[in-house]
Design a protein around this ligand. Structure first.
Ligand code: V07
Length: 252
């Protein structure tokens, strides 16, 4: 008498790593839809943010698995300060909570943590937790996990211009030397390649002041899936789509 087979939930087939031949080196993600996810379930918005935090961890693991080199995540925008005080407070506690839970795993995965944005204006408890993680992971040479924290692209460009004008004034360079590469050196993203792929969840198709300069040549990929429902399957779908597009260009 054969044993009764256990019940397996049918799982969508995830393509093998070998099938992904041209993986984007730098992926940037606008993690939208946490509030809507919570509302749909009759939960407070912060419950969506908390769930979204766990999805960050899973997304990092997928990025590591498929050999993405840089993952830039829009965690907190300069506009987010306009939200209710209690929500802002909760959001700014998430970096510390995330690192408390996941820093050991990130170390094991050889992940380096960095941030872009106005770091100095963040509350002390956020800065301290993130600074500690940056220090702790600074020698890791696997995935660069780059959090955009208190980030706004126009203010980034404006601050770059101010710094450049100061350096110009101090004869650090001449006006003739000022070109796109030099300007890039003054942005928060100095030293990083531009994103190859931008993903935005939750059906919105706007940039919302994210990496305006850096996304000039980037492929955009949008999904209606809300950030807390983002999964390896959907991430891989975006990676496959990127590959398909880059193959098409290659063919011309
Ligand atoms: C935040 C969870 C993801 C969905 C989007 C909004 C809420 C992880 C971090 C984080 C940031 C820096 C760091 C380690 C972790 C985070 C904020 C919000 C403000 F070094 N998730 N997450 N930070 N959300």
């Amino acid at each position: 008498m054969p044993m009764k087979l256990p019940f397996f939930k049918p799982k969508k087939e995830i393509p093998l790593q070998e099938e992904l031949t041209s993986v984007p080196e730098h992926v940037a993600i606008i993690m939208d839809g946490n509030g809507r996810w919570a509302k749909k379930r009759g939960l407070p918005r912060i419950a969506g943010h908390k769930e979204g935090m766990d999805v960050v961890k899973k997304t990092v693991e997928t990025a590591v698995k498929y050999n993405v080199k840089i993952l830039t995540l829009f965690a907190f925008s300069t506009e987010n300060w306009k939200r209710p005080k209690s929500e802002v407070e909760y959001l700014l506690k998430l970096p510390k909570e995330f690192l408390h839970i996941y820093l050991p795993d990130l170390m094991k995965n050889n992940v380096r943590i960095e941030t872009i944005g106005d770091f100095d204006s963040l509350p002390g408890f956020t800065k301290e937790a993130v600074q500690y993680a940056k220090e702790k992971t600074k020698n890791n040479d696997g995935l660069l996990l780059n959090f955009a924290l208190n980030y706004g692209s126009r203010s980034e460009i404006l601050s770059a211009i101010k710094l450049m004008m100061k350096d110009l004034d101090n004869d650090k360079f001449s006006l003739e030397q000022l070109d796109e590469n030099l300007l890039s050196e003054y942005l928060y993203t100095h030293g990083l390649t531009d994103p190859d792929l931008l993903i935005r969840t939750s059906g919105e198709q706007r940039l919302s002041n994210f990496l305006l300069w850096q996304l000039a040549y980037t492929e955009f990929w949008f999904t209606d899936v809300l950030w807390p429902d983002f999964s390896e399957e959907i991430f891989v779908e975006a990676l496959m789509d990127y590959q398909r597009r880059s193959r098409r260009y290659g063919g011309i």
